[in-house]
Design a protein around this ligand. Structure first.
Ligand code: ADP
Ligand code: MG
Length: 262
């Protein structure tokens, strides 16, 4: 049964339709990679699922809980706050620019949500955080502040922070796009590890190589719409749509040029 269903979702910014009748679903343990040109609505889609933006039409269902309770005069009415918060705890989000709290240490960045939202005691939260830091290969950084870490290290902390709430689904929005080329590999390695553990993930990325390697399914978005969907072999290896082919030609060329397409 689907763990996440996005049902005919549309979203406008002012008059501009940035998500246009988007529907897909995700099974437990499945890895979905979303590709598409800049401005095609990928971030907005993840932000709507993570309740950082509101939708104007459709519904989002996470573990059988609907986000929209009813539609009144054409406007979606969201569920009550406590239900929405519970749904949001099923979702861990990793942002392109890390979004760590600059005034908190690495350890505090990771323990904050488990202590405040999940009501874990400090000792338990710190134990879990330390295990996650070991998993991310940055166990000796726990007392430091984000600004003293490299981008690759900050992004690994941000992945640890997302995992600390034990989410059912992990969302990553271009997790390697803000990194210097030499730091991309260390973050890709962590993502590949999570993939091996069969974590349920939705990853927006321009790393076509990563999509080919770990995705069970690939979605190509263009101008707020899902244009093509299938296995990596289908969408990347043998795209049916002209726009998908054009996009892939552009990005695969770019990766060859910069040598970071592995
Ligand atoms: P992507 O992540 O695929 O690059 P986005 O979801 O960021 O695309 O953006 C989709 C469209 O929505 C773009 O045209 C972008 O300019 C617009 N947009 C994104 N965020 C906002 C915002 N907060 N206000 C107005 N327009 C926005
Ligand atoms: Mg984006």
């Amino acid at each position: 049964m689907a763990i996440l269903t996005v049902q005919k979702v549309s979203k406008y910014y002012e008059k501009k339709k940035v998500l246009d009748d988007v529907s897909f679903s995700l099974e437990k343990g499945e890895i979905l990679v979303i590709i598409g040109a800049s401005g095609s609505g990928k971030s907005t889609l993840l932000r709507c699922i993570n309740q950082l933006e509101k939708i104007d039409e459709g519904n989002i269902i996470i573990q059988e809980q609907k986000m929209i309770r009813e539609v009144k005069k054409g406007k979606p009415i969201y569920e009550k706050k406590d239900k929405l918060e519970k749904m949001n705890l099923s979702c861990g989000m990793v942002f392109q620019n890390f979004n760590l709290f600059p005034h908190l240490s690495i350890l505090e960045n990771i323990t904050k949500a488990p202590m405040t939202v999940l009501k874990q005691d400090r000792k338990t939260a710190e134990q879990i955080a330390n295990q996650l830091l070991i998993k991310m290969g940055i166990e000796n950084k726990s007392d430091q502040y984000p600004c003293t870490l490299s981008g690759g290290q900050q992004q690994r902390v941000s992945i640890a922070r997302a995992l600390a709430i034990r989410p059912e689904i992990i969302f990553m929005d271009e997790p390697t796009s803000a990194l210097d080329p030499e730091l991309i590999g260390e973050v890709l390695k962590v993502i590949e590890e999570l993939a091996k553990e069969k974590r349920t993930m939705v990853i927006v990325t321009h790393e076509i190589g990563l999509a080919e390697e770990i995705a069970d399914r690939v979605i190509f978005m263009d101008q707020g719409k899902i244009i093509e969907e299938g296995t990596p072999q289908e969408v990347i290896g043998n795209p049916k749509q002209k726009r998908t082919r054009e996009f892939l030609t552009r990005y695969q060329k770019k990766q060859l040029r910069f040598g970071d397409g592995s």
